[in-house]
Design a binder for this molecule. Structure first.
Ligand SMILES: Nc1nc2c(ncn2[C@@H]2O[C@H](COP(=O)(O)OP(=O)(O)OP(=O)(O)O)[C@@H](O)[C@H]2O)c(=O)[nH]1
Ligand SMILES: [Mg+2]
Length: 649
């Protein structure tokens, strides 16, 4: 089976990268007139090299220090590197910088070519090899083969092919694990128009596959585009996949709307953000520490963005150190968990560090937020379940699907992982409706409950004699959550957890409100029971007081308390119904009231089996809440009966 991989060149200017690609493939990748004139590479060049079962799409990059940004755009999608060091020049600044960039991009495989070996004497060659070995010590190229080559004499070219082939086989094992399937994603490194065809973009396919006719989105704008045609190294094809160079002819987008830095992806795979959560490291070779709020250039995929670095756990990052940070980008960008990035300084323009994306779509974090920092550390864990838990924490009260965890936590078995987190109680379900529930991290709920408890505690202190606090002001304070349904769901969850008492109108913290003596508590329970048992013919408060043996003077207050707690409903001044009986009242009357003929007070009285003394106030109460409509002596069911008792206090 053929394996496709991308090979990128690297090395200082004039060190023979392009000449080597030409010697290996026959293709001169320096195409631009300016490149021909100056004898240097400026833009990325492309060629293909087939080595046994491996098909290598080659990206030839420029070595000039002014074009490192182009090198970065080419290096972003590569699987293995060919580092060229000229025998007559040895290790030079961009040899080092390109190597650092490849390390920051987390590259694992490569081959070193000492080029132009026809030039210096053999003794000098040994010195160059020594310098190269010293350079790559401790890097992914530490044990890479060093091949001496010359494109003039043909020296070492076969050996180089073999070395590349072996490196490709090793890289393929690693690449195979990386999303051969999965959603399609490609960072655009070039775009142009072809007469009669329209817009064409090129790039190295980072994951998944693409077919002619596919609908894709262009990120970060999210615009829909359709694949009209595909080519791989000038050859038309129906399908392209990870590890291949792709030229994609697009319908639905103008040439000037698309360019380097944008990405093409399967709809729903990526989500643009101006903020990234990262683990940032500063190279040992960086000249000075990186201060909090420093401005840098961030290279992510083929995009180059200005970014402000917010260091989350320190004020400055010393050379050689790594720390969690948030990058505030000048424009939205797309990323996935674990994606590498490179950071360069503005002046002098040089590579100073890099990092990996921990959260591609984070909320803004406060610098002293210990909880968030702990979760960010968990996102760097090798355990997918730990990362998934932390990713859900940062998703907060947002709506998400298990599949999103592939992007935000690098998790493959997303459904299973979510099920396990639910089982562990790390994630909890918040029902929003019978069919919709939000999955929220335990700590997010805990923080929210804490905030609500603090709000209610203040209210209880302000109104020590109130059994229940009004619900409306609390809901207003929680308005920032953005949805009444969500607020209700959170209060209901708190109630289920025994952390809140709630009625239709009121809320209270358990154990707060007026403190009753034991005998008062017994009496209030007895009063509530009396009202329940009395059905539609309850006593007036005055009658109840007269019936009570002990503590008579407390009766009116305790009745009011029971009403505030939602057990009783005050239908008329001094006349209460148990909440259950109030509901029964409406249920019993709804059907007969709906009849054509309506009901008179007498008929209602008979239906309920009660006297006029109660029938009249109940009828007036039902008119008042909009349940019934009065027409002369008749009452009818109102067109839209109220769903429940309405506040009349
Ligand atoms: N004698 C000799 N000259 C070489 C060899 N390889 C390349 N050159 C010459 O070195 C010069 C630079 O070669 P390129 O291949 O353009 O170098 P490069 O690394 O691609 O340069 P940039 O892309 O600009 O960074 C050219 O004039 C080549 O002819 C070689 O093996 N022997
Ligand atoms: Mg070149």
């Amino acid at each position: 089976m053929t394996t496709d991989l991308i090979l990128g060149t690297a090395g200082h200017i004039d060190h023979g990268k392009t000449a080597l690609v030409k010697a290996l493939t026959g293709v001169d990748t320096d195409r631009l007139p300016e490149e021909k004139l100056r004898g240097i590479t400026i833009e990325l060049g492309f060629a293909q090299l087939v080595l046994g079962d491996c098909r290598l799409g080659i990206v030839d990059v420029p070595g000039h220090e002014r074009f490192v940004r182009n090198m970065l755009a080419g290096a972003t999608g590569i699987d293995l590197a060919l580092l060229a060091v000229a025998a007559d020049d040895s290790v030079k600044p961009q040899t080092r910088e390109h190597l650092e960039i490849l390390r920051l991009l987390n590259l694992k495989e490569g081959v070193i070519a000492v080029t132009k070996c026809d030039l210096p004497d053999p003794g000098w060659l040994e010195l160059v090899e020594e310098e190269v070995r010293e350079l790559v010590k401790g890097t992914f190229l530490e044990s890479a083969p060093i091949v001496q080559t010359s494109v003039l004499t043909g020296q070492g070219l076969n050996e180089l092919r073999e070395a590349l082939s072996a490196a490709a086989i090793r890289a393929a094992r690693d690449a195979g694990r990386r999303r051969q399937g999965g959603p399609f994603r490609m960072a655009v490194d070039r775009s142009f128009t072809i007469a009669g065809h329209g817009t064409v973009v090129t790039g190295s396919v980072a994951s998944g596959q693409v077919r002619v006719g596919d609908e894709l989105v262009l990120e970060p704008s999210g615009a829909s585009v359709r694949v009209r045609g595909l080519q791989n190294h000038e050859t038309p094809t129906d399908e392209l996949h990870r590890g291949q160079r792709a030229a994609i002819n697009l319908a639905g987008v103008r040439h000037d709307e698309i360019g380097r830095g944008q990405e093409l992806a399967t709809p729903g795979h990526l989500a643009a953000s101006r903020l990234l959560g990262v683990q940032l490291n500063l190279l040992k070779s960086a000249e000075r520490p990186l201060k909090n709020r420093a401005h840098v250039r961030c290279h992510l995929g083929t995009a180059e963005l200005l970014a402000t670095v917010v260091l989350l756990d320190r004020d400055r990052l010393a050379p050689g150190e790594a720390a969690p940070a948030q990058l505030f980008l000048s424009e939205p960008a797309v990323a996935v968990w674990g994606q590498p990035l490179v950071v360069r300084s503005e002046s002098p323009m040089e590579t100073i560090g890099g990092g990996v994306v921990l959260d591609p779509h984070p909320p803004k974090l406060a610098r002293d937020d210990e909880d968030a920092l702990a979760q960010l550390t968990k996102l760097a864990s090798a355990e997918p379940i730990e990362r998934a838990s932390a990713a859900v924490y940062f998703l907060g009260l947002g709506d998400w699907k298990p599949g999103d965890l592939s992007r935000s936590a690098g998790v493959d078995e997303t459904e299973e992982t979510v099920a396990e987190l639910l089982r562990r109680g790390e994630i909890q379900e918040l029902p929003l409706s019978p069919t919709r529930k939000l999955r929220v991290h335990r700590l997010v709920l805990e923080q929210l409950y804490g905030r609500i408890e603090t709000l209610l505690d203040k209210e209880h202190q302000k109104f020590p004699l109130r059994a229940m606090l009004d619900r409306a002001p609390l809901a207003a304070r929680l308005g920032y959550l953005g949805s009444d349904v969500l607020v209700e769901a959170i209060l209901a969850a708190m109630q289920r957890a025994g952390r809140l008492k709630a009625t239709e109108r009121g809320v209270a913290l358990p154990g707060r409100g007026p403190q009753l003596t034991n005998s008062e508590q017994r009496l209030v329970a007895q009063i509530i029971e009396t009202y329940r048992a009395a059905g539609f013919q309850p006593p007036t408060v005055e009658e109840l007081r007269a019936q009570t043996a002990k503590n008579q003077q407390a009766v009116p207050q305790l009745v009011a308390l029971a009403a505030a707690e939602g057990h009783l409903i005050e239908a008329a001044p001094g006349l209460y119904l148990h909440a259950e009986n109030e509901r029964k009242l409406r249920e019993t009357l709804a059907e007969p009231l709906a009849a054509e003929s309506g009901l008179t007070v007498s008929q209602i009285r008979e239906l309920l089996g009660i006297s006029r003394k109660h029938a009249v106030p109940w009828c007036e109460y039902l008119d008042g809440i909009g349940f019934t409509r009065r027409e002369g002596d008749l009452r009818r069911l109102a067109a839209q009966p109220a769903a429940g008792p309405v506040a009349n206090s």
